[in-house]
Design a protein around this ligand. Sequence first.
Ligand code: ADE
Length: 262
Amino acid sequence: MRIDILTLFPKMFETPFSVGILKRAIDRNLASLNLHNIRDHTHDKHRTVDDYPYSGGPGMVLKPEPIFETVESIKSEILPEDETDDLPIILLTPQGRLFSQQITRELSNYDHLILICGHYEGVDERVREHLVTDEISIGDYVLTGGELPAMVVTDAVVRLLPGVLGSEASPQEESHANGLLEYPQYTRPEVFRGWFVPQVLLSGNHAQITQWRQEQVIRRTLKRRPDLLDRTNLDPAERQLVERLTSSPKKSKLNLDKESIK
Ligand code: ADE
């Protein structure tokens, strides 16, 4: 997959793209991450990228010309046979649709993405109306710019690409993969400061382990993010478990109330 990122601060991406799994994905040619400084597509002496909003108001607005020109220069590099009408051009903005694992999966199916990092008080509305095809927010809070959100989107998407995680992790089993939270994980030592690993995990009984993990997924999601249960297609066994944990008058016996969030 190729991801082109339009930013005023390409330096911000240096470390995240040069370590760990993202670096490995780049080195193995599974992902090519290209940074474009919007300022390189200005034509005046001061390399102006922003201007005052018409009819006043706080802050500055990113001008449309350098953003359009940067995207057009990226498109001109694409070979005609690789050209698609559905190339996503995504603006990172707090006004966008809320980013999720589902959107991550959706984006990971494309061969090419263009991400535009917004800044200042905003971006000239014509960029929204006539250039971008999608707008994404990473949460209901306002950051100083779209760079961190672009890193979040890139990281989440690249790790889903075939071959990126290798055999060391399964994107199928992690939190949010099936819409629910992940079960607790333990590693050695078996006893740490008097705290034991749950006995079932040491039993070698795979059926019991699977059942325990399924139950933990439901308990955890119920406790921390009950909203996710309403949005997920549970299988009959999971549905039954939710009903048992929520409707039982002996709920406390199941320790639901006691499970604390650390
Ligand atoms: N730019 C500033 N805040 C943002 C957010 N929460 N999501 C995406 N882009 C942003």
